[in-house]
Design a protein around this ligand. Structure first.
Ligand SMILES: [Zn+2]
Length: 73
């Protein structure tokens, strides 16, 4: 059971396209979990778009980002 859950976790990737957030940017954040994608988005947003970490971690931004995350096949 534990093994099948582990396999399932890596069967799908999650992705978030930066331009869907509203930036003129072709970067896509990917990860094995939504949390991983959000972490990547935080790094990308602060490093490339000069966003404040606090802005990115606000509940509004977090729910916006979560709503834009898609599962890839
Ligand atoms: Zn970007």
């Amino acid at each position: 059971m534990i093994i099948s859950i582990t396999i399932l976790r890596y069967l799908y990737m999650y992705k978030l396209e930066c331009r869907q957030v509203g930036f003129d940017c072709s970067h896509t954040m990917t990860g094995n979990t939504e949390e991983e994608v959000l972490q990547r988005a935080k790094e990308h947003g602060t490093q490339v778009h000069n966003l404040k970490e606090g802005e990115l971690q606000s509940p509004e931004m977090q729910s916006k980002l979560r709503s834009l995350i898609r599962k890839t096949d």
